[in-house]
Design a protein around this ligand. Structure first.
Ligand code: PMP
Length: 371
């Protein structure tokens, strides 16, 4: 099998697996004062340092959550007067925004899916916010890989008194992140996109920012998030973050492989559309559409040929139809329902790409005849 769906989830890194297996034998509850408890605490705090290092944050700023869905929901659940966000955000941002009582201001995106500082500037200077308000903008998009100018927009928003949240799930481990330099108040991470286990993530909260807890109960995570720590998952997250930081140097090689892949693809299928080709993108992601072809069909035929890729986002697969991200970009239903995503990772090889291209040549050629 050829796995080219890292943006859906990355394979568990061997270092993470080793750390998790060791942590499963740690008996204590990290809140207990006895030796067993202190061992569990040491695992959790070691992992916190590793996660903090990956994004240039302080360990005290990391709060472990059940994943990025919880982290995003937590921020959106705050009593914001107004929330400014974009139509290309992940559903774990958009769904809670839609059901919140806040005023919602949707920022426009261009055809590449990029929010412009100019549009944000117009929005924030043309109105006054009666109470605490939030701008939520992802760092990188899961479907297209497009990177938003978060630092520039965060500075603008904060100069108008807004809080700023970024969903950095897809960016972490794929581009360098400096939490302080980004200038955001909160940032969401997910372990499984960088080779850690599923079901663990973090909300990074700038020191001295108070959030109303989403989960109440025990006093864990310095009273910010109740619930006995999932020590093994946290250990896996820490080990994966360490490995991801080390692998950041390999990001250029992944990017070169991706660029070569796109060039080959265009030679094979001259009418292929590469989504957001002209924008700043993560080096591991290609979203593409072939006119007249349904994404679901392509994904199934590639799967039968031994290759795993996604139609739009894996999170919304099963719900057949167009991606809300591509529709927000104004790409039209045909492209939005025809786009598949190929996403690479540190273990992707030239052979994986060759396997994809061989299968693609058969599938795209054959389906072109059938069209
Ligand atoms: N945000 C983005 C951009 C994502 O790609 C995902 C995962 N599909 C999430 C949030 C949710 O993360 P988790 O799976 O940890 O809940």
């Amino acid at each position: 099998r050829t796995y080219l769906d890292y943006n859906a989830t990355a394979p568990l890194r061997p270092e993470a697996k080793v750390a998790m297996i060791a942590a499963l034998d740690v008996v204590g509850n990290a809140s207990s004062v006895h030796a067993e408890g202190r061992r569990a605490r040491a695992v959790v705090e070691g992992a916190r340092e590793s996660v903090a290092r990956l994004i240039g944050a302080k360990p005290s700023e990391i709060v472990f959550t059940s994943g990025a869905t919880e982290a995003n929901n937590w921020v959106m659940a705050q009593p914001w007067t107004s929330i400014l966000t974009s139509g290309v955000e992940h559903d774990s941002v958009l769904a809670p925004v839609r059901s919140s009582r806040s005023e919602i201001i949707m920022l426009p995106v261009d055809r590449n899916g990029v929010v412009s500082a100019k549009d944000v500037s117009e929005q924030v200077s043309s109105r006054s916010f009666a109470g605490p308000s939030l701008l939520a903008l992802q760092l990188a998009n899961n479907e297209t890989g497009v990177v938003q100018p978060v630092a520039e927009i965060a500075e603008l928003a904060r100069s108008h008194g807004l809080s700023v949240h970024t969903d950095a799930v897809q960016a972490a481990g794929r581009m360098a992140i400096d939490f302080a330099a980004l200038g955001v108040d909160t940032l969401a991470l997910s372990a499984h996109k960088l080779g850690g286990p599923k079901g663990i993530g973090a909300l990074v909260i700038r020191d001295h920012i108070d959030l109303v807890p989403l989960l109440r109960g025990g006093g864990q995570e310095r009273r910010r998030r109740a619930g006995t720590e999932n020590v093994a998952a946290i250990a896996g997250f820490g080990a994966a973050a360490e490995a991801a930081l080390r692998d950041l140097q390999a990001a250029a090689a992944i990017s070169a492989l991706r660029d070569e892949f796109e060039a080959d693809l265009k030679r094979i299928s001259p009418d292929v559309a590469i989504i957001s080709e002209g924008a700043t993108r993560l080096g591991n992601t290609t979203a593409l559409a072939l006119p007249g072809k349904l994404a679901e069909t392509l994904v199934i035929r590639l799967d039968l040929a031994g290759i795993a890729v996604s139609a739009g986002s894996a999170c919304s697969s099963g719900k057949v139809g167009a991606s809300h991200v591509l529709e927000a970009m104004g790409l039209g239903h045909d492209i939005a329902a025809g786009t598949i995503r190929i996403s690479l990772g540190p273990t992707t090889t030239k052979d994986d790409i060759a396997a994809f291209l061989a299968a693609w040549t058969t599938i795209a050629g054959a389906s072109a005849l059938a069209a």
